[in-house]
Ligand binder design. Structure first.
Ligand SMILES: [Zn+2]
Length: 179
């Protein structure tokens, strides 16, 4: 269609990754941005949205991001390269990036697989952490590269359970306390 914008398809409305058996992303890249919009990117994800994980490493557990993966060649910063700040710690292998203006973590080059970036799923246009009903949690605290190799180990699952009750927060707490 000649009227379409060239920003590429986004995951689309509604729940996009209801479970670990959720739908594939389909062809084409996704677009994303930090909170202030200064940093923008396009990414060709390495797998379906159902590949999303969370990680218990000291950085990931603090920022709490759901992450998706792209080959390093599959991520292009389309705006705000000058706003991105790099942060490294421990072995210094992983390169973590965040927007120096709004502070939002956008992506990092993985220690486990430096040929890939992890991307903050919440930065992807049309996608929210609350679109993932279940997210496997991997044991970044006990990183395979520090413990004889092998794959990252899944040690749990985070679930998001939506409710349509719309209770006030105080009422919700009182009700839980009464259980
Ligand atoms: Zn920003």
């Amino acid at each position: 269609m000649s009227g379409e914008q060239d920003s590429g398809p986004v995951p689309g409305p509604g729940p996009v990754a209801g479970s670990v058996s959720g739908p594939a992303t389909g062809p084409g890249p996704v677009t994303g941005q930090c909170h202030c919009g200064g940093v923008r990117f396009t990414a060709q994800l390495a797998g379906p949205l159902s590949d999303a994980i969370r990680c218990t490493c000291s950085a990931c557990r603090m920022r709490g991001a759901v992450i998706l993966f792209a080959d390093t060649a599959g991520l292009t910063i389309t705006a705000g390269d000058d706003l991105l700040t790099e942060y490294r710690f421990n072995t210094g292998t992983a390169r973590h990036y965040f927007c120096s203006r709004c502070g939002v973590y956008t992506h990092h080059q993985r220690r486990f697989d430096p040929s890939q970036y992890a991307i903050n799923a919440a930065c992807i246009d049309g996608l929210s952490p609350f679109d993932f009903a279940e997210v496997p949690v991997v044991d970044g605290q006990r990183h395979p590269l520090d413990h004889g190799g092998g794959d990252l180990r899944v040690i749990g699952t985070l679930r998001y359970v939506p409710t349509d009750e719309g209770l006030g927060l105080r009422q919700h707490r009182d009700r839980r306390a009464g259980d």
